[in-house]
Design a protein. Sequence first.
Length: 451
Amino acid sequence: MSPYDTAVQVVADQAHLLHPQHHPSDHLDPQIWVAGEGALITNSAGQTFLDGLSGMWNVHVGHGRRELVEAAAGQLSRLAFASSYIGDTSLPAIALAERLSTLLYPTINAFFFTSGGAEASDSAFKTARFFWKTQGRPEKIKIISRTLSYHGSTMAASSASGVPAFWEVFEPRVPGFLHIESPYPYRFAGGGDGVTPGIAAANLLEEAILREGPETVAAFIAEPIQGGGGGVIVPPADYFPRIRAICDQYDVLLISDDVITGFGRTGRWFGLEHWGVEPDIVQFAKGITSGYVPLGGIGVSDRIKAAIDAAPAGRRWMHGFTYSAHPVCCAVALANLQIIEGEDLVERAAQHGAHLLGRLKALEQLEHVGEVRGLGLLAGVEIVADRETKARFPAEAGVGKRLRAELTRRGLYTRVLGEVICLAPPLITSVAQLDRIADILHESIPAALAR
Ligand SMILES: Cc1ncc(COP(=O)(O)O)c(C=O)c1O
């Protein structure tokens, strides 16, 4: 017999819990998750689903990993908390920072830890502004980001995010944040006359920098593959190399938001590796602990680290959180990285991702499938009303909800952003399970659109 009455729990949830992006209409009949094992999650009714989004794009090594439980329990019993402020540090924090310096882009060798991705965004923006102040250029303060981006929900991170719904109800935004258009290959209309869409989309950054004045722009932030804002948007291959060149030309720092794309998700350790580009600042979260405990952070280039170290004590990098470099979270991250390496999950994401994408590509035969795209174990299937015009269904048609209901009915739990079915299964998901995910999409899309 269940130790709780689900109906009673639902009433208590509705009365007392405010959820992320809260609206009561989303919580009339919530899923209460109670267990997970590998690529599967189980709800309070005892129903088991394939976890199509690895929780929130983060459970890379799958659910129920004893190694992570033991790493947490071991550190909790030895020393549950230690400060990493002024003169203090801890063994797991040192080990993790050192470990990351061998995994990340070659010039990124120093790390600051947060509790998640939004704090990482704020840390990156503050660090970019700090860096330019140390260089005698205090007027370089603006942060440019892209439409359809998502960088988190703090004031600064939501000001950078490129979906107006995240800021409109909380105006005013933090000043100094502006957006350029996403390189969205399926919908970007620029390019032509010998200019590829990728170069044309990147050139929008140059135009924005020149419009604002290069002397006022601190940094450009981009997710290597856009995730939570637009629904898995893979840029053209020539986009990021051109972005890097523009940033270099105008002394603008490049911030790579690898919160979703980090730690093997795309078949490389970090996203910009696909295009041979190195950022000045990297931000990460999610997959670093596979979500077992909260941890995020930033890595900074050697040039930025030198500037932080050279600042006078009275003008120091005055930033930090109680839970920066939490020893339990760092210990879990180390064990998680060991699993990712030991089980070759980065290469596995590349190979299994290619297999999944191959299976999903066949969906493009269906009447309302506009585009199937992805890289590694990150994929998006965009549904449209009309493939010719790429017109979307009207919001009243509730297509996103219908799709999600059909997927769930067949045993796949995932997110539909607008009308893009997003997939980011755990990196340990078996080929048979990936095939089942593809089969479920093949059945669910016509079923959802038939009505
Ligand atoms: C690219 C990106 N950056 C930042 C964040 C914010 O992370 P968090 O929710 O841990 O604050 C997210 C969350 O989905 C994200 O996808």
